[in-house]
Every structure is written in C-alpha cells, then in structure tokens.
Ligand binder design. Structure first.
Ligand code: CA
Length: 623
C-alpha cells in the first residue's frame, strides 16, 4: 500500500519542525546538580556546583590536542576592561557578559550573534565608584533565564531566547560605593550574589533572590554595622565583639566578589569574603585600643543555609587582616581520601599563599601549606589553621616592610581546576607577588572614595586621587628587614607567573609550568588528560594533566585582559572557548593610563582541525 504524498510531506514537516525546535532543555536544580555528568554544557560559573572546572569530555585528548585550531572569532564590544568572565553554554548557545554588563548570546557552532542586551549603565556616574576595573566574572542560568549582575548593582534576568528582561531586582546602589562583578550562583531555586568594593567604605554582604521571580529572599552582612542598632542576626552579634566600637564608621569591608560553591547534600552555600577596610589593622581601632582583634567575618569562608541565609560555620583564614588578603578565591569542593579516610572537602588557594583543605560539612581545618613563597606568616597552627603571623608583618609608619604575597596575591580570581583522575589542582600562581607595606600615619577618612590607608613607596596607586598620599609615596623611606620566606622553591627570576599542579592530599607540588598567575586567564581540566590554560599575555596552552608536558600553544593576539577557558560539546563536537582583550580602558584619577597595545575584545572558539587564521588587530588607544 502506498502512503499518500501529502501524508509523507506532513511527516517530513513534523520531523523538520522537531529538529528546528530541538526539545529545549530548561535548567533546574537537578540539571545543575548533575552538571558534571555529560559535559555537554557549561551551566554555572565553576562548571558544576562544586566549582571544579572539570569536564568529563575526552574527544580532545592528550594525543590529538595539537590539532586544535580556531573555529571562529567574534567581536564582543568596544571593551573598557579585562574579560574576566566565564561564558555559559546551553542548547548550543554561548551566553557571556562583557564590560559594562553587556550580555550576548552566540551560536556555539558558528559564532553568530543571536542577541545582545545592553543595560545602559550610567558610565560617567558609576565609573568613579568602581574600585577595581570595569569587569565581570560571569552569569547564572535558571529555567529559561540568564541572570546577569549589572555593575551598578541591579540584577537582571533575561529570556534565554530573546534577551528580553523578565525581572529586575536591586542588590545594591553605586551611591553606597558598591559594584557588582561576581557571577551569581544558583542554590535551591535561589540566585545568590555578593558585592565588590572593600577598598571603598562598604559593608560587605551577599543576598538571595527567588530565581524565577526576582523576589528578595534574604541578605547576609559579612561584617557588623552600627552597634547602636539591633544586630541583624546572632552571627553579627558575635562578630561585633571582634571589632572596635567605631570601626564600622569606616565601612568594614568583607566584600563578596568571586568565590562561592554549593553542596546540595550538605545543604550549604560557601562564600568567600574580602579584606577588612581600611587595609592596616591600626586604622580600624580607636586611639586607646590595641591590635589583635579578629574582625569577623572578613577574609573568611562562610557556610550558610540557602533557604534562610543562616550561618552554620565559618573559617577565618586571616584574622585581623592588614594586607588585603581577600579570601574570595575559588572555593572548590571535592571528595578525597586523607589519611585513609574519605573526606568531603572544601579547598582554596588563598591570596595569602596557603592552600587550605577544610571539612566542608563541619568547617574543621584539615590541612594548609604554602603553595607559593610567603613571608607574612611562619605557618598555620596544625590544629586550628590559624596563621602564625610574623611580628614584622604588623607594619607601622616607622618604615616599610616588603611582604609576600602582596595585595595581588599568590593566587587571585583566575580560576584553578581539579581533575579527579589525577587528583591534582591546577593553580595559576603569582610567584613574586609582594608589596612594601607602610602605614599612612596621616590617614584621613575620605567618604565615598578609596581608603586603603597605606603608602606604597615609589608607586602612584595608593588611594587614587589622594594627592597627599601620592606625595608621601614619593618620599624616601626606611626599609625594614623583611621576615624570612617559606614555601616551595621560587622559579628563576623573570618567570613571575607559574602554573602549579598541586596535590591537595599530600599538600605538595606535583609539577609546574611557566606562565599564569597575576590576574587574567585561568584553567580547566578534562577527562582527556588535559589542562587548558589561558595565560594573561594572551596565549592559550594545553598540558598533559598527569605530568605537565606541554602539548599545544597558540598566541591569540588578544594581548591581555584574558578570561578563563571553557569546554563543551555541540552536535558531537568538543569546543574550547575563551574571551580576552581590553579595548579602550578609561583612565582613572591617580592611576597610570591603560595598556598602550590593547586589542579589541573578542570571543574565540577552538576545535580539532579548526582552520581559521588567528585575527590580528591594530592596537586601540585609551580614550
Ligand atoms: Ca581587596
């Protein structure tokens, strides 16, 4: 029996329609929880709720990675700062955020732009409130929404298909010196996001909103406020005993600008907090009071319930911080065997040079060792993990002390990654970060401005716009003897950045390679026994994950402002995508001008046997 033609056409049309409208997979709690299983998408900032940046994909592997080539490249926008963001991928579409909170959706196969949303930030009004660059670290996805942090303190949820705003919430105001640069995260249907700006007078916090509606759920301050007002919660009451009575008037700090992770089984969100402000502890206590207060919960990891924001445990890496040792670096969750026992751990390669391994259910300190040279402390207390700070690190105004690491940190926001097959963590490390710290004895609080409270001898960058501090930095200063350094052997002079493959169980380096560190780039790792690394100077490199053999390298010509690499699979092909280039960087009062050879920002995607030549661009000049 013959099938009538029109039935055949009907069937064929139905199939075509089905193909064209491939069943759209929405992002829900289960999808996120299982994010590590298929590797097809990149659903959340750190790839999965444990933020491992490990992909189970192995189409690109140690044997064929040298065949990687450019599939496509696309222009992001005119720029304005580094590309620090991790793009997300779902249903074959890449979602990314670039300078001034511009969000784009791009076809992963072709690089063709699907939509673009510019929230039209009032750049002139907001720019002076941005402490640390017109940058973004990423987006969140939930349901059919892409959730974008706008640098001026708004949170916007955009329809994944059209880019239209579905809801908007207000997290913070730039008038209060807050900016928003971190990637929001999702836990139990809530979107959680914190604020940047602890170099300005701010009281750090993070907030939760209903991811479907944008309705405010809860807010957790990381440092106490005005003690004449009621405490927000028991945690704040406790914290208030670790600060001097008037410290809150200077802001306090404790901003939340990068590290966050979620363990659905433990029912905990983990949040890293920034430095106390102003930087020197001397400036945070009254005339008749002494140093030695811990200043909770600055420079800490906090574990809170996603439903309520209730604090379950905390671990403070740097009590009484004086060195800008933000503890917001990536929080990475893994299950490892320590001394024969399976442990659910939370790990961090802290700015301060120590690699921390904590029990993520209880907050108990397991171990901590220097992964880079440091001299501010002699080590960590083996039981408690509290640093044994060198007396000379408590700097004053009588002379400068060269301390390692400096405010840039031994590891900053550049993402590390953990490969369960090798058991190694791949950390972009700054080997020679240091600063001559000198207390600004004539410090005057400046409302609404940068309040570092240190003089940086020979540098123009202390407290931008403070002419008196800039003059003081030009004067000759006595250099005091720095304390002795501890930690792994430094690389030869000239190799400032290194990629360190760290064994978190033995707390020892397994291998190292040249390049990395500072701010920019980062790593991801795969079941193909690979580590992908983007180096801040614009190179994209691949290493064998187990032994560090360099297998592939390409110069992108983006020349700086690099973001980390992601990998995913569309239509059976594994891709690697990265962003970089700064474009025109606006000059900031008191700071040197932006880079002179800046490249226009681009997104680039690599694939096996990709044949497109690397585009070469003329430098763009600062406006
Ligand atoms: Ca800081």
């Amino acid at each position: 029996m013959r099938t009538p033609l029109r039935v055949l056409i009907g069937i064929s049309l139905a199939i075509t329609t089905l193909t064209a409208q491939a069943p759209k997979r929405l992002v829900d709690d289960a999808t996120l929880r299982n994010a590590r299983q298929s590797g097809e998408d990149w659903l959340t900032y750190g790839h999965d709720p444990g933020e491992t940046r490990f992909s189970p994909l192995s189409q690109i592997d140690a044997a064929n990675v040298n065949r990687l080539g450019l599939a496509w490249s696309m222009d992001l926008n005119s720029g304005g700062g580094n590309q620090e963001a991790t793009p997300l991928v779902r249903n074959g579409v890449i979602y990314a955020i670039t300078n001034w909170s511009v969000v784009i959706a791009v076809d992963a196969r072709t690089g063709k732009e699907k939509w673009r949303w510019d929230p039209e930030v009032n750049q002139d009004a907001v720019f002076p409130k941005i402490c640390c660059g017109v940058v973004h670290r990423g987006l969140a996805m939930y349901g059919n929404l892409v959730i974008a942090p706008i640098i001026d303190g708004r949170l916007q949820a955009l329809d994944m298909d059209s880019g239209k705003v579905v809801w908007e919430a207000r997290v913070a105001y730039p008038q209060d010196n807050y900016t928003m640069t971190m990637a929001p995260r999702i836990a139990k249907g809530k979107v959680i996001v914190g604020v940047s700006g602890a170099e300005y007078p701010v009281r750090g916090f993070f907030s939760a909103f209903d991811a479907a509606t944008g309705h405010f759920a809860w807010k957790f301050y990381t440092v106490p406020g005005d003690p004449s007002k009621p405490f927000e919660n028991a945690a704040m009451k406790k914290a208030s005993t670790t600060w001097d009575a008037d410290a809150w008037k200077l802001g306090g700090g404790g901003s939340v600008w990068d590290g966050m992770a979620y363990d659905p089984d433990a029912d905990l969100i983990y949040v890293g907090t920034g430095n106390a402000g102003p930087w020197p502890e001397d400036l945070r206590h009254g005339k008749n009071e002494k140093n030695g207060k811990d200043n909770l919960y600055a420079c800490s990891v906090l574990a809170v319930r996603p439903d309520t924001g209730e604090l379950k445990w905390y671990f403070q890496m740097v009590p009484g911080d004086s060195w800008d040792y933000d503890s917001v670096q990536q929080l990475l969750l893994a299950d490892v065997t320590v001394k024969g026992k399976p442990r659910k751990v939370l790990m961090q390669a802290n700015k301060n040079g120590f690699y921390y391994v904590l029990d993520r259910v209880t907050g108990q300190f397991i171990s901590g060792q220097p992964f880079s040279q440091l001299n501010w402390a002699r080590g960590l207390n083996e039981e408690t993990g509290r640093p044994i700070v060198n007396q000379a690190a408590h700097y004053g105004s009588e002379g400068s002390v060269a301390l390692t690491p400096g405010p840039g940190g031994a590891h900053n926001w550049s993402p590390m990654s953990f490969n369960p097959a090798t058991g190694l963590v791949y950390i972009p490390t700054s080997a020679f970060s240091s600063l001559d710290y000198l207390l600004d004895e004539n410090f005057v609080y400046k409302p609404g401005k940068s309040n570092l409270g240190v003089i940086m001898p020979g540098r123009p960058t202390a407290d931008a716009g403070d002419a008196r501090a800039a003059e003081a930095a030009k004067k000759p200063v006595t250099k005091l003897t720095p304390p002795p350094s501890i930690g792994p052997e430094p690389p030869p002079p000239g190799q400032r950045g290194i990629l360190v493959a760290w064994d978190p169980v033995t707390q020892k380096e397994k291998w190292r390679a040249t390049g990395g560190g500072s701010i920019g780039g980062g790593t991801s790792t795969t079941a193909g026994n690979l580590v992908f690394q983007v180096v801040p100077d614009g190179r994209f490199v691949a290493y064998r994950a187990d032994n560090g053999e360099r297998l592939f390298e390409v110069k992108t010509d983006l020349r700086g402002g690099m973001g980390p690499p992601i990998t995913y699979m569309v239509d059976g092909k594994q891709y690697v995508t990265l962003m970089g280039g700064t474009g025109k960087v606006r000059a900031r009062e008191g700071y040197p001008p932006g880079p002179s050879n800046a490249a226009p920002p681009k997104m680039m995607t690599f694939v096996l046997d990709g044949k497109m030549p690397i585009p070469v661009s003329a430098p763009v000049s600062a406006p």
